[in-house]
Write a new protein. Sequence first.
Length: 298
Amino acid sequence: MAQTVQAIAESINIMGTRSGNAMRERIVGPVQEMAKEEADAGATYLDLNIGPARKDGTELMPWAVETVEAVTDVPLCLDSTNTDAMAAGFKAVKNKEAAIMNSISAQPERMEKLIPVAAEANCNVIALLWGPDGMPRDSNERAAMAVDLMMALMEAGIPNEKMLFDPIGTPITLGADQIRSGLEFMEMLSEIAPGAGSTVGLSNVSNGVAEHLRKHLDRTYLIMLMKYGISTAIVNSYDTELMAICRGERQDHVDMVHGMMDGNDPDPSGLSGVALEHFKTYNALSGKTVFSESWLEL
Ligand code: THG
């Protein structure tokens, strides 16, 4: 059986060129068009990212929920750092049990405010491995944070099966070591929280890289995460190649990259097209070659 990944489509976003203005001005058309496009592309969830929304979050999030639910039944993933907006958004969600709260981090204040909201909604929860001191430095700090979050969620009656741990993808521009520590955590997760799922915002890895090159990093990074059984990923659903990987339709590429992760490199002279791109991109993401924006030309 081919391995699949559930896609959380990321494009309805207050920072986006199409969706940002529409969200700020409460124009339903562009948001509803994008929701339908993401659903048609095969998204399992639609992320609604309103950002910090300090002024109007409690009004904007319910608006986004109702706007999107009017055109699709695909479950939603409510994405905001504003805890009041999150609570107001969940009040509006029709199918709360199928939805995702994005996210609860290991910051005491966020845990206190959001865990009761999640417990009442009986929704899925992204447990973001971001603590009071920010980004965890290595896989052990990630593991400690995951235990804290799991215990707090469990005490509120939320089972492991409803948790999605996000080790936080780091940009390749920060170096391959940081990427490796996220992957190491993914390998530990089934022992830390048996039955729990996982997610990563794939595009974090290509943050700061020239636009036309980003998709290559996101695609190969997803395949690397699949080696450790990632269950969902936050994706650009407009990338059809990435969506094909999610659907389990690129098993040859998956096998090649996973082989490389085990030290079995193919002969690159026998590779071409997308397979060769994965080969070169894996070498960049794993630190085998020093990262620069010419990695695909090497
Ligand atoms: N983990 C979790 N949630 C997250 C992230 C994560 N939510 C936010 C973010 N990271 C994932 N969402 C996005 C949404 C859009 C983009 C990246 C990540 C993006 N957009 C294009 C750009 O900026 O170039 C296009 C924008 C446009 O339409 O113009 O890159 O890591 N749990």
